[in-house]
Design a protein. Structure first.
Length: 245
């Protein structure tokens, strides 16, 4: 595997994760596709090609997170980590109505797991001469308005500050930690939800962000981004890039 560039994508089996996996493969990466749905991960890896592999992993579990990193190390990486996996608290109820174990698990998925994976890849990336970490945030973590899943919003806000707090890793270890923060992405589920709204609500909703636009930002950050950079994507607008310092 000498010379092969290896990337990890969490939640890579479907949705934005699958789009990012495909984008990385087209850019020349072999991708370790980690997802709790092994069948989806396998389908994504097959579609990506370039020797990409699938793993079933619940990245909230430290040993399973380590297994994902170990798989990338065995292939000569990781050169890139994309912390994409995330989502609202399962079961419908959100904080403060969700059971504590449920909303704590949501924070673990959206914030703690990216922190753990970032920590786990630091030494392998340093040995390789550096690497790039891109975490997928959300506009849910911005602003002051009420939000349907406060635990999700708080975790996504935490990812932005985590990114800026780690800007020094670029100089210390050659590892660039960056964050893409999209608003509503035009994936199939979002399109279905938007179509179900009233005509007035649809008219008042900003344009959905094409998934390809998010992938392009991720790839650009991997290629040329500075550690600590945060890029916001809002429907119908040019990306807003916030550099460290």
């Amino acid at each position: 595997m000498t010379g092969e560039r290896v990337a990890i994508v969490t939640g890579g089996g479907s949705g934005l994760g699958r789009e990012i996996t495909g984008g990385l493969a087209r850019a020349g990466f072999a991708v370790v596709v980690a997802d709790v749905d092994l069948a989806a991960a396998e389908e994504s890896a097959r579609a990506a090609g370039r020797g990409s592999v699938a793993m079933r992993a619940d990245i909230r579990e430290p040993e399973q997170a380590r297994g994902v990193v170990d798989a990338a190390v065995a292939r000569g990486g990781p050169h890139v980590l994309v912390n994409n996996a995330g989502g609202w608290t399962a079961g419908g109820q959100q904080y403060p109505w969700a059971a504590p174990d449920d909303w704590i698990a949501s924070i673990a998925l959206n914030l703690t797991a990216p922190m753990l994976l970032t920590q786990l890849v630091l030494e392998p990336m340093r040995r390789l001469g550096g690497g790039a970490i891109v975490t997928i945030g959300s506009s849910a973590g911005s602003g002051e308005a009420a939000y349907g899943s406060p635990e999700y919003a708080a975790a996504k806000a935490g990812l932005v500050r985590l990114t800026t707090s780690l800007s020094g890793l670029d100089a210390e270890h050659g590892v660039r930690v960056m964050c893409a923060v999209p608003d509503w992405i035009g994936l199939e589920r979002a399109q279905t939800q938007l179509a179900a709204r009233t005509p007035a609500d649809r008219a008042a909703t900003p344009p959905l962000i094409p998934p390809a636009d998010v992938v392009a930002v991720v790839l650009d950050l991997i290629s040329t981004g500075r550690g600590g950079t945060v890029v916001e994507l809002w429907g119908g607008q040019e990306p807003i890039t916030r550099h460290p310092g």
